[in-house]
Every structure is written in C-alpha cells, then in structure tokens.
Design a protein around this ligand. Structure first.
Ligand SMILES: [Zn+2]
Length: 96
C-alpha cells in the first residue's frame, strides 16, 4: 500500500518535470494593460454603477486582477469603489 502511494507521487512529479517540453504555442502570454492606466481620463467613481459593473461578475463578486488586468494600485481603487458602491446600494453584495 505504502509503496503504491509513493509510486503515484513519483509519477506525478515526473509528469510535472516533463512540462519543460510543453509546447509554448498553446501558452501565448498576452500581456494585459491596466484599463485605468491605459486611459488616464478614466476616473473611477463609486457612484457610477455602469462603470463598476465591468469589474464584478454576474454574482456581484469583484473580479480578480488576472481577469480585470488592472495593476495593483488600480485594483485596490476598483475594490474600494465597488465596496463603497455596495454600501450605498448601487451594486449588490450578491446577486440571485
Ligand atoms: Zn493601473
């Protein structure tokens, strides 16, 4: 029993190591540009629900940085704005 477990683990590790041969064609990294850095005229407004809807999913959750593409600084601003909007009932805490 113990040996089987060990073998499984080893196989997994080996598979991970073989990822060095992973075809990079399927891994094209497209660098996202922060929407707030790209457009300097765009100012986040917690009273503007239409603007903030882009940064929440259909459940009302705030999207992660990997989805919004925002930089750390602006992601913080987005989070703050969404939370303020929720507080004044412009955006929902949860949907459905
Ligand atoms: Zn930014």
């Amino acid at each position: 029993m113990a040996d089987n477990k060990k073998n499984k683990r080893n196989n997994r590790n080996n598979n991970n190591n073989q990822d060095e041969n992973y075809n990079p064609k399927f891994r094209k990294i497209r660098k996202k540009v922060c929407p707030l850095c790209a457009d300097k005229n765009l100012v986040l407004d917690y009273k503007n629900a239409e603007q903030l809807k882009k940064f929440v999913n259909d459940k009302g959750k705030i999207l992660p940085r990997r989805a919004t593409g925002a930089c750390a600084k602006h992601q913080r601003d987005i989070t703050l704005a969404v939370k303020r909007a929720r507080q004044i009932a412009i955006l929902p805490y949860t949907a459905e």
